[in-house]
Structure formats: structure tokens, C-alpha cells
Write a protein that binds this ligand. Structure first.
Ligand SMILES: NC(=O)c1ccc[n+]([C@@H]2O[C@H](COP(=O)([O-])OP(=O)(O)OC[C@H]3O[C@@H](n4cnc5c(N)ncnc54)[C@H](OP(=O)(O)O)[C@@H]3O)[C@@H](O)[C@H]2O)c1
Length: 208
């Protein structure tokens, strides 16, 4: 299976490194293919860098690792999502990071599903700071990743990738539950950036 990762920023590079380190083939797509190629070279075996459309074309799973404000243009550029899983990791936040711009009656994930109606959109990773993507950074803690989506098979594939990255995948119901996961991402930003916890903060849901 090839996983496309669109965006070479904190999350895109972190997820690409994590998955490649676990033997998953990653195709990194960027507005600047040279940047993607450079990142892929740095990651090494199993990684390649290319244009956004080319990365999407060769992948079964596409992880959208761009700001929510860039989702529309990126999804349009990627195109051709028929039969593919599109993972939305975004938190639709204001420029000061302090509030959400979408909520209550929709979510970034649902809006992205509207932009790519042929894709099976799955929400994941939005409550994890990029700094926790390297396994060593978690210092043995079992960190949860909440996975929501309407297609059970797609959700299982994404959950398996999450588990490959040594995270605990938490089944979080339908895609519309992204309306509740995105506020969890936002409060985590407040803990991490504005309340002094730092970027090793992560939510942990307790189950008896
Ligand atoms: N950082 C975190 O800890 C964290 C945690 C959870 C969720 N998220 C979510 O993950 C997504 C990516 O966050 P990030 O922290 O990785 O952001 P980032 O470091 O700013 O990287 C975003 C990447 O998106 C690509 N991009 C495409 N169009 C863009 C545009 N118009 N403006 C800026 N970048 C554009 C760029 O890659 P190319 O130049 O290669 O195209 C850029 O490097 C966001 O939706 C964010 O809400 C972030």
C-alpha cells in the first residue's frame, strides 16, 4: 500500500517519517515537488517526493497535511479521489490559534468530504501535536488517535496505519463526530500553547 502525504510541513513531514520508518511506502506531494523530493531523500528508503496530483494518483490513502484554509485548493489540485481514502487531520482554526472557524453543525472533515465527494474521508491525528509523531518523543506513553468516518473499511485501514505508528487508534464513530473531535484538538492547542503544558500534551480518553 502506498500512502500519499500532501504537505511538507510539521505534520506532513512527521507522518511521512513515522510511516516510512514502519515500512509503509510514502509518496510526498507538495506545491513544490523539489521540496517533496528533498524531504523524501532525507527520509530515505520507501519515500518519494513529487507533485500533489502524482502523489495522489499512486496512493490508496491520501493524508491531507495542509492548513484547513488551503484544503479547497489542495483537494482541487489533487483531484481523482474515486475509491481512495482521504485522511483529514486538520483543525480549522483562526490565525491566532485560539478558536475554531467551523463547528456545531459541520466540521472541517465534513466540508472536505463535500469538496471530494468520491473520497472516503476519515478524520484522524487532529488531536496530536506534530512533536509527538516520533515514537521516541512519546517516552513510552500510549497516545490515542481518534478515528472517525462513515466507511468502516476505510476507518479500519486508517486505524491500522495509526497502530503501525505505535498510537492507540480509538474508534470515534461517524465522520460527523469530527464536529466534536475538532474542539478537542482546539482545547489541546490551548493546553499546549496558551496554558503552559507544551507540545507533549495529548488527550487521553479513559475506558473502564
Ligand atoms: N502542527 C500540529 O501540531 C498539528 C496538530 C494536529 C493537526 N494539525 C493540522 O495539520 C495540518 C498541517 O499542519 P502543520 O502544522 O503541518 O502546518 P505547516 O507546518 O504550516 O505545514 C503545512 C503545509 O501545507 C502545505 N500548504 C499547501 N498550501 C498551503 C498554503 N496555502 N499555506 C500554507 N501551507 C500550505 C505546505 O506544504 P508544501 O509547501 O509542501 O505544499 C506546508 O508546509 C493543519 O490542518 C493543522 O490544523 C497540526
Amino acid at each position: 500500500m502506498t500512502v500519499a502525504i500532501i504537505g511538507t510541513g510539521n505534520m506532513g513531514a512527521g507522518i511521512a517519517r513515522l510511516l516510512a520508518s514502519k515500512g509503509v511506502k510514502v509518496a510526498i506531494g507538495s506545491r513544490d515537488p523539489a521540496k517533496a523530493a528533498e524531504l523524501a531523500k532525507d527520509i530515505g528508503a520507501g519515500a518519494e517526493g513529487c507533485e500533489i496530483k502524482a502523489a495522489t494518483k499512486r496512493a490508496d490513502v491520501v493524508i491531507l497535511a495542509v492548513p484547513y484554509t488551503a484544503a479547497e485548493e489542495t483537494v482541487r489540485e489533487a483531484a481523482g479521489f474515486a475509491g481512495k481514502i482521504l485522511v483529514d487531520i486538520s483543525n480549522p482554526i483562526t490565525p491566532d490559534y485560539k478558536a475554531l472557524t467551523v463547528g456545531h453543525t459541520s466540521s472541517a472533515a465534513e466540508e472536505i468530504q463535500k469538496l471530494a465527494p468520491q473520497a472516503k474521508v476519515v478524520k484522524a491525528f487532529n488531536t496530536i501535536f506534530a512533536q509527538l509523531l516520533p515514537v521516541a518523543a512519546r517516552q513510552g506513553r500510549r497516545v490515542q488517535v481518534f478515528v472517525a468516518g462513515d466507511d468502516e473499511a476505510a476507518k479500519k485501514i486508517v486505524s491500522d496505519l495509526v497502530a503501525k505508528g505505535d498510537f492507540e487508534a480509538v474508534e470515534s464513530g461517524p465522520l460527523s463526530n469530527a464536529r466534536y473531535l475538532e474542539p478537542v484538538g482546539e482545547i489541546n492547542i490551548h493546553f499546549g500553547f496558551f496554558l503552559g503544558w507544551g507540545t507533549s500534551a495529548a488527550p487521553a480518553w479513559i475506558k473502564s
